[in-house]
Structures are given as structure tokens and as C-alpha cells.
Design a protein around this ligand. Structure first.
Ligand SMILES: [Zn+2]
Length: 486
């Protein structure tokens, strides 16, 4: 489907520069003015960023140099102050023109013409302005404003627009306040204060102490919620900027992404183990659980471009995880009381391969996906350690694992996203070994329990950045849905 792919890439390219983010108005009132919020599209892909001054005095330049470099203590970012005009970030000190910055790398590609207020391609104009600094400005006003605008320049968004914040604004009071103090239209109030950032632009936490948060007078909210002046980087700001621009090269920046997935689950010794992951994979995910196989619901989800990625029958319940993967032909299900070997071969010849399989209510259920894959499907009462190692050498990786009918049942496949793979097999749940592997860059990709043993498969090369294992005696679908929302 090359046509559809092309369509998507055009959409993405076109949508980056001309959003409201590119023109990031951020007018503080002179007597006023992300844990957080950010725009990954605007993240700099380099660590040395050049900065020039278009006007202003050496006194003001030194203030900017001093406070901008605060961010460098916690991020792999150096600001290099240069004497030529066309730097990555071009700072102006135009009085009465507000304090604002373009968002992140938009500064390298766009300028604001200070005369016309227009955003233009290229570096002809400025990308940041300080509209009320002079030689009598208070030191904390320099600190607050410079830290905030350079936060924008590093791709941080306004924290009060974090969708998790849930601020109950008194809209009438808010519009009056900004009209009186800044001359903002309701539209400007919407863009600077109200318009929520999308959920994927937060790291799942709301930080009212962030330097990127406007102060909020309790008079402007319906429930008296207020936020005081933030004048320094908060612990949340420091954490977030370190995640976006990690100082250690092998620490993946994607750990800030808030996409949550339930990667795998199993049940053993009367407990459920659910492995949740933060991942850069944005595909939507949904889960079903039911005492009977929920065929109608599965058909419906297939129609909405979902594919089954997890299937198990544990403690008399079917658990089905689905992900929304566009451009994929529909799956199909094979069920049979005996393992449907002949059918499987047939479908294999038609170009299908097994996505997942399990055994429940006295029948095998196999989910097949279109797309031929080199597969190795294996069942045995003992975990087949030597076969697995042999297949690893042939660049197969474990993609599905179940203990069903007193047998370990695993699927190994070629050409997966997994680079390395390892497993832990243990009568005790191997928590500390898992943590050790995770610190080496492995993520849990499958988990199973059978014949008194926990089996945990860990892989590298996944989009997974952070994981947590939830242990619970009850399987509650509502809890899963709640967690996946974040
Ligand atoms: Zn701002």
C-alpha cells in the first residue's frame, strides 16, 4: 500500500511547522510574566546549539548566558553563544513585544519578523524575545523568564496545559484577567493557557512547580486552585530535561513517552503478574476478558483495524490484548479440540503465520496473521533450552509463550524487532535478575508460569523504555483500562 504510506508521510511533514507550537507566544505580564509537557517533534537532534543576540546590551546578554546554561547542568545540551546572526536560536530584546520563544528546533527553521509579527521560513528574524528586560529588572525576574523561554527553546510546552492537570478554570475571570493585563483575545488565551497538550506530550505526570507553569491566581479557578510563581527549575523539570536529552548515551530518551502498554501477563501460585511498559509505540491498545471466547467483540475490533497480540486462557477466563495496527490485513482464528496441524499447514501455504495461540475450554485457539514468516512452533513438557539456543543462533526469537495442557508452547520467528534475547527460568519469581537485565537494556517481552516454574523472556531492540510488574490476586479489566489511559 505505497499510496497510504505516502499520504501519511506528507501529513506528518506538513503538520510540524505550521501548528500553533511554531509560533509560541508566551507573553508574561512584566509584574508576572514539565515533569511535564513537551513536543517530541521539536526536540533537537544535536547537543550543541548556537545562540546569537540581535540587539541588547552586554549586561542583558550576560544574564541570558547565565540562566540559559542552567539547563545544560541536567541535559546533554550546550549553548554556544556566537557573533554571527544566523545561529540556531536568535535572541532579541525588543521592548513591548512580549517575551516568547519558538518551540524547540522550529527556531532553526523559522523566524518571527518582529515588525510584522509573521512567522517566516528561515533564520532572517528572531526566534526568541525578551520584551521587558532593562537594567533595573530584578534578578529573579531574569531567572524566571530566561529559564522559561529556554525551556520552550528545548521543546518544553506550557505545563498548565498538561491534560492531566485538570485545572477547573473560571473562564470569565480568566478572559478578563488576560485582556486587562496582556491585551489577549479569547483566542490567545485559548492557545497560551487553555488548549490542552496532547497526552503523548507529557511524561504522565503533572508538575505544578515546573518553570513552564504559569502562576495561577485562585480567583481564576472555580475551586480556588492556585499556583505560585515558579522561579527555578523544579525536580520535575530536571528529570524531564534529562530524559529528553540524556547525558548517558545508552539511556533512551523515549522513556518520557507516556504510551502505556500491557506487554504480557500470566498467572501462577494464585497471583497474576501483569507487565506494563512505557514505549515509543503509539498504537492504540485494548483488552478483553471473558469466560467465553468473545468472538463477536473480536470481529468488531478486527473491523476497526485491531489485531490480537496477546491471547491466553488463565483461571477460567480468556484474556485478549489487541493493538490498532493500520495497513494490516485482517487476522483469522482457528479453533479445534485437537491441535489443527493440517489446517495450519494449509494456511501457511496461503501465506499465513501464527500470531498467538492458546488452549482453553477444551480447544486450541490459534490466531493467524497474513504475511508469511519463518516460524518454529514447539511444544514440550520441559522447557526446550537447547532448541531455543540453537534457534537463537539461526536468528529466530521467541514471540509467543504459553504453558498449556501441561506443555510449554512457544513460537519463534525470524525477522522480529528483537535484537538480543535471554530468559530466566526459576521456581521463585526472579525479580532481582529481571532488574539486572533491565539495567542492561533488556525488556520483558513474554512471561509464563508452568509446572512450578516462572519463565520470563527478555529482549533488546524493543521500543520499550520503562517497565513495571504489577502483582495482584484479582484480574480487573477496569484497572487495566485505567492504566492504559495514562
Ligand atoms: Zn511560555
Amino acid at each position: 500500500m505505497p499510496k497510504i504510506n505516502l499520504f501519511f508521510s506528507i501529513l506528518l511533514i506538513g503538520s510540524i511547522p505550521f501548528t500553533s507550537n511554531a509560533q509560541h507566544t508566551c507573553s508574561f505580564i512584566p509584574t508576572e510574566s514539565s515533569r511535564g509537557s513537551f513536543d517530541l517533534d521539536a526536540r533537537w537532534q544535536k547537543s550543541n546549539i548556537t545562540v546569537s543576540f540581535v540587539n541588547g546590551t552586554p549586561f542583558l546578554h550576560n544574564k541570558v548566558k547565565k540562566y540559559a546554561s542552567e539547563w545544560s547542568k541536567y541535559a546533554n545540551i550546550q549553548f554556544e553563544f556566537v557573533n554571527y546572526q544566523e545561529a540556531d536560536i536568535r535572541v532579541g530584546f525588543f521592548q513591548g513585544k512580549g517575551s516568547w520563544s519558538l518551540l524547540g528546533n522550529a527556531a532553526a527553521n523559522f523566524s518571527k519578523n518582529i515588525q510584522t509579527g509573521e512567522i517566516e521560513p528561515g533564520r532572517g528574524g528572531i526566534s526568541m524575545n525578551f520584551g521587558w528586560f532593562n537594567h533595573t529588572t530584578q534578578e529573579e525576574e531574569f531567572a524566571r523568564t530566561i529559564l522559561h523561554e529556554f525551556g520552550h527553546a528545548l521543546c518544553l510546552e506550557h505545563e498548565h496545559k498538561n491534560p492531566i492537570a485538570g485545572i477547573k478554570w473560571n473562564l470569565e475571570a480568566l478572559h478578563q484577567y488576560y485582556l486587562k493585563n496582556d491585551g489577549w483575545s479569547p483566542n490567545e488565551v485559548y492557545h497560551n493557557v487553555l488548549k490542552p497538550n496532547s497526552e503523548d506530550q507529557t511524561n504522565g505526570e503533572y508538575d505544578p512547580w515546573s518553570i513552564m507553569h504559569y502562576p495561577i491566581s485562585p480567583n481564576l479557578t472555580l475551586d480556588g486552585y492556585g499556583v505560585d510563581w515558579n522561579r527555578a527549575l523544579s525536580p520535575g523539570d530536571i528529570k524531564l530535561i534529562g530524559q529528553l536529552y540524556p547525558k548517558q548515551p545508552n539511556q533512551p530518551f523515549i522513556s518520557t513517552k507516556s504510551y502505556s502498554h500491557l506487554t504480557t501477563l500470566t498467572a501462577g501460585e494464585g497471583l497474576w503478574k501483569l507487565v506494563y511498559s512505557k514505549s515509543s509505540d503509539p498504537s492504540g491498545e485494548t483488552w478483553m476478558t471473558s469466560p467465553e471466547f468473545p468472538a463477536p467483540s473480536v470481529f468488531q475490533k478486527w473491523g476497526e483495524q485491531y489485531q490480537i497480540t496477546h491471547l491466553s486462557y488463565l483461571n477460567d477466563q480468556w484474556q485478549i490484548g489487541l493493538q490498532q495496527l493500520s495497513n494490516q490485513p485482517p487476522q483469522l482464528c482457528l479453533t479445534n479440540t485437537d491441535f489443527p496441524k493440517a489446517d495450519l499447514l494449509n494456511y501457511g501455504e496461503q501465506g499465513y503465520s501464527v500470531a498467538c495461540l492458546t488452549f482453553g475450554q477444551k480447544k486450541w485457539v490459534l490466531v493467524l496473521s497474513k504475511g508469511y514468516k519463518n516460524q518454529f512452533v514447539h511444544t514440550s513438557t520441559e522447557f526446550p533450552e537447547t532448541q531455543v539456543e540453537k534457534k537463537w543462533d539461526e536468528s529466530y526469537r521467541i514471540t509467543s509463550l504459553q504453558f498449556v495442557e501441561d506443555q510449554w508452547c512457544l513460537i519463534m520467528q525470524k525477522n522480529t524487532e528483537y535484537l538480543g534475547q535471554t530468559y530466566l527460568l526459576s521456581t521463585e519469581f526472579p525479580s532481582s535478575e529481571i532488574e539486572e537485565r533491565q539495567s542492561e537494556g533488556y525488556a520483558i517481552t513474554q512471561i509464563g508460569y508452568g509446572a512450578g516454574n516462572w519463565l520470563v523472556v527478555l529482549s533488546t531492540g524493543t521500543p520499550i523504555a520503562e517497565q513495571s510488574i504489577l502483582t495482584t490476586s484479582k484480574f480487573k479489566l477496569d484497572d487495566i483500562k485505567q492504566r492504559l489511559k495514562r
